[in-house]
Design a protein around this ligand. Structure first.
Ligand code: FAD
Length: 400
C-alpha cells in the first residue's frame, strides 16, 4: 500500500487504513522535508507567529506507517505497478494519490524578489519576517487565501492593498448579492480593495496596476503575495494514462477510484461525481481531505475482501477566518437556487441559505455557528424549509 502526498489527505488515508484494520505494509511518501503538517494555520496562527508549527499529532511509528519525506514522486507506470521517485522506483499493489494542489502563479513575476505564494510551511516561514517588519504589502487576489492573509498582515500592522481582477471579492465562489457586505470588511479593517484591476508589472518596491480607468497606478510594495487560486498537483502523472480533466484534476469515480486499476485519489487533487448535487465536485477544502480518506480506506479494504465499494457523497464544508469573522459554508449552490437571508447583510452576524425546490442545499453562516450546525444536518436529510420561518434569525433552523 503506497500513499503519495503526505498532506492532510495522505496522512488521513494512512491513519484511516490502520483504524479500519488494514494490516499490510503502508508507505507514505511526501515531497516536503517537514514532518507532515496542517495547512489552515499557515494563513492564521503560524503566519502571525502565535503558533510555531502545525504538525499533525500522529505517531507514524506506532501505527507502523513508513514515512518517506523530502522525496518527490516523478512518475507512475501502471503497467509495472511502479512509481518513479528521485531516489529510484517504488513498487505498489494499491496506490492512493493525495498530492493536493499547488498555487497558480502570476505569469512573469515568479522570480521577482519579494513575490510570495502561501501554500507551504516554507512559504509561511518566509512571510513571517515580512509581517513582523510591518512592510507595505500588495495582495493579488481577493479569494479565501487573499482575505485571510490580508487579515493577518493588518493584525501585524502592515499597510495592505488587495488587487482583484473581478469586480468583487470571492467572485468564483459566491454570488454578488452575498459578497457585497463582504467587500466592506476590507475597508473596515483598513485594507484598500481595488477591484476590476490587473497587475501589469512588478518592479522592486512597486506593483503596477491597471484598473482600466486613467493612468496605471503604482502601489508601494515591499512584498507581494499572490493568492489567485490553486490547481491540482498532478503534472507528475503525465504519460501515466490516468484520466484527468482539463484543469488537471484526477477524475475519480463515486468511490474515489481512478481510471487505473487499484489506484485511488483523494483530497485537493481529485474530483468526484456527487449524486447529491448532480455534478462533479472538486473540493479544495480541509474537511474533504479528512472525510474522503475514510472512504478510500474502506474501499481499499473492501477490494481486498472482494466486497463492493462504498460511495463518497459528502455535504462539503469549509470555514474561513477573515476580518474578525468566522465564515462557514456547507453544501453546494447553483446560480438558479433561491437565496434567503437570515439577518441583514449590514448586521454583525448573518446567514445566507440556498434553497432548491424548497429544500436547503447550501448555506453560508457568518458568526452564526449554530445555523451552520443545524443547516448542515438539514442539508444531509434533504429537508424542506418554511421560507418565512427560516428567514427569521431568532427562530432555530428546522425542517418545515
Ligand atoms: P495538500 O495539503 O496540498 O497536501 C499534498 C501534499 O502532497 C503536499 O505536502 C505536497 O508537497 C505533496 N506532494 C505534491 N506532489 C507530490 C509528489 N509528486 N510527490 C510527493 N509528494 C507530493 N481549508 C478550509 O476548509 N479552511 C481553512 O481555513 C483553510 N485554510 C487554508 C489556508 C492555507 C494557507 C492553505 C494553503 C489551505 C487552506 N485550506 C483551508 C485548504 C486545506 O488546507 C486543503 O484543502 C488541504 O490541505 C488539502 O489536503 P491535501 O492533502 O489534499 O493536499
Amino acid at each position: 500500500m503506497v500513499v503519495v502526498g503526505a498532506g492532510m489527505a495522505g496522512v488521513q488515508t494512512a491513519v484511516a487504513l490502520r483504524e479500519q484494520g488494514f494490516t499490510g505494509r503502508i508507505t507514505l511518501i511526501g515531497a516536503e522535508p517537514h514532518q507532515p503538517y496542517d495547512r489552515p494555520p499557515l494563513s492564521k496562527a503560524v503566519l502571525l507567529g502565535t503558533a510555531e508549527g502545525s504538525a499533525f499529532d500522529v505517531d507514524f511509528e506506532a501505527l507502523d506507517i513508513e514515512l518517506i519525506l523530502g522525496r518527490a514522486v516523478t512518475g507512475l507506470r501502471p503497467a509495472d505497478r511502479e512509481l518513479d521517485t528521485e531516489a529510484g522506483p517504488v513498487p505498489y499493489d494499491t496506490l492512493v494519490i493525495a498530492t493536493g494542489a499547488e498555487p497558480v502563479t502570476l505569469p512573469g513575476v515568479e522570480a521577482v524578489p519579494g513575490v510570495h505564494l502561501l501554500r507551504t510551511l516554507d512559504d509561511a516561514a518566509r512571510l513571517r519576517p515580512v509581517l513582523a517588519a510591518r512592510h507595505d504589502i500588495v495582495v493579488v487576489g481577493a479569494g479565501w487565501i487573499g482575505a485571510e492573509f490580508a487579515t493577518a498582515a493588518r493584525a501585524a500592522g502592515c499597510a495592505v492593498t488587495v488587487v482583484e481582477a473581478a469586480d468583487r471579492p470571492l467572485a468564483g465562489s459566491l454570488p454578488a448579492e452575498v459578497t457585497a457586505p463582504m467587500a466592506g470588511w476590507y475597508a473596515e479593517h483598513g485594507v484598500e480593495l481595488i477591484t476590476g484591476a490587473r497587475v501589469t508589472g512588478v518592479e522592486p518596491g512597486t506593483v503596477v496596476v491597471d484598473a482600466g480607468t486613467g493612468a496605471p497606478r503604482r502601489l508601494p510594495a515591499d512584498a507581494v503575495v499572490v493568492g489567485i487560486g490553486a490547481r491540482p498537483a498532478t503534472r507528475w502523472l503525465a504519460g501515466s494514462g490516468i484520466a484527468t480533466d482539463p484543469g488537471g484534476a484526477i477524475t475519480a469515480d463515486e468511490s474515489l477510484r481512478t481510471s487505473l486499476p487499484d489506484v485511488h485519489a483523494v483530497g485537493d487533487c481529485a474530483s468526484f461525481p456527487s449524486a447529491r448535487y448532480g455534478r462533479r465536485l472538486l473540493v479544495h477544502h480541509w474537511d474533504n481531505a479528512l472525510q474522503g480518506p475514510r472512504t478510500v480506506a474502506a474501499n481499499v479494504i473492501a477490494a481486498g475482501a472482494g466486497e463492493p465499494p462504498v460511495s463518497y457523497d459528502p455535504v462539503p464544508y469549509f470555514w474561513s477566518e477573515q476580518f474578525g469573522r468566522f465564515a462557514q459554508y456547507a453544501g453546494d449552490h447553483a446560480d438558479a437556487d433561491t437565496i434567503l437571508w437570515r439577518g441583514g447583510p449590514g448586521e454583525a452576524a448573518w446567514t445566507v441559505l440556498w434553497l432548491r425546490d424548497g429544500a436547503l442545499v447550501a448555506l453560508l453562516a457568518v458568526d452564526r455557528p449554530r445555523d451552520l450546525a443545524q443547516g448542515r444536518k438539514l442539508i444531509l436529510s434533504g429537508a424542506r424549509l418554511d421560507a418565512r420561518r427560516a428567514a427569521d434569525p431568532a427562530v432555530p433552523l428546522k425542517a418545515a
